[in-house]
Design a protein around this ligand. Structure first.
Ligand SMILES: [Ca+2]
Ligand SMILES: [Ca+2]
Ligand SMILES: [Ca+2]
Ligand SMILES: [Ca+2]
Length: 138
């Protein structure tokens, strides 16, 4: 009980502190830049976390590199097309192509993908990006 009270007190102190010093949230999605796995794309928390289905550190919303080779390019586009208007749950590859996580690879995903197209790295993300994680597409 005492420990719980102390933890609560520390938590409250921390909350007050973070309100006193606003933390940057460039994309306004409610996740501060220092933790945001897509600092420039709005990808709010769902079920307490930001989706990153290939676990490489870049959130789905800013990760058009489905092949994990570091660039968002022609191969990724070919995979994207193969998933076009498919339910993302049908394959692991189409899950990463569903960049806004609505279980369908459609126009919103294309817009997010085009923002990434040509980029030399997924992100930017506050987390370290690890391209050695298999995506299910590579
Ligand atoms: Ca974000
Ligand atoms: Ca990712
Ligand atoms: Ca790629
Ligand atoms: Ca989608």
């Amino acid at each position: 009980m005492v420990r719980t009270a102390i933890v609560t007190a520390i938590f409250l102190l921390f909350s007050v502190h973070s309100h006193a010093q606003p933390v940057g949230d460039t994309d306004g999605d409610g996740v501060s830049d220092e933790f945001d796995n897509c600092t420039n794309v709005s990808n709010p928390l769902r079920n307490g976390e930001q989706s990153d289905r290939d676990f490489d550190g870049a959130g789905d919303a800013c990760d058009g590199d489905f092949t994990q080779d570091g660039v968002t390019g022609g191969e990724d586009y070919a995979l994207f097309r193969s998933c076009w208007l498919q339910q993302s749950s049908q394959s692991q590859c189409c899950e990463v192509a569903d960049m806004n996580n609505d279980d369908m690879v459609s126009l919103v995903d294309l817009q997010l993908f085009m923002l990434q197209f040509g980029a030399a790295s997924p992100g930017p993300s506050a987390l370290p990006i690890d391209l050695n994680k298999p995506s299910g597409c590579d």
